[in-house]
Design a protein around this ligand. Structure first.
Ligand SMILES: [Zn+2]
Length: 104
């Protein structure tokens, strides 16, 4: 993986390719480009300044942390989905919610 600095016309906060962070609103971005594989040399994502500060080993650690958190989240969502299969959901309709908001 190669990280290169590129300029952009879109000064917005982009999600980081490696962690849950975002880039700064700046006209310069650190761009991740694989050095092998089907997408060799292509822009696959942007890298936030915290990952740049962490350095190459820190970037790898942050990707693993993101993967671990995603696995934990997926497990929690699977548990919730399975639990909801066995019980009804007693919820107001959207219309009831909108009417309640209108009466505030
Ligand atoms: Zn990051």
């Amino acid at each position: 993986m190669k990280i290169v600095i590129e300029s952009t016309n879109f000064c917005t906060r982009w999600p980081c390719y490696f962690c849950d962070g975002h880039t700064s609103k700046t006209s310069l971005l650190a761009v991740a480009k694989p050095e092998s594989g089907d997408n060799k040399g292509e822009r696959v994502g942007d890298v936030c300044e915290e990952c740049l500060k962490a350095g190459p080993d820190g970037m790898k650690r942050r990707v693993l942390e993101k993967a671990t958190a995603a696995e934990r989240y997926a497990k929690d969502m699977r548990t919730l989905a399975e639990r909801l299969q066995g019980e009804p959901i007693d919820a107001p309709t959207h219309e009831e919610f909108v009417a309640a908001k209108a009466m505030q």
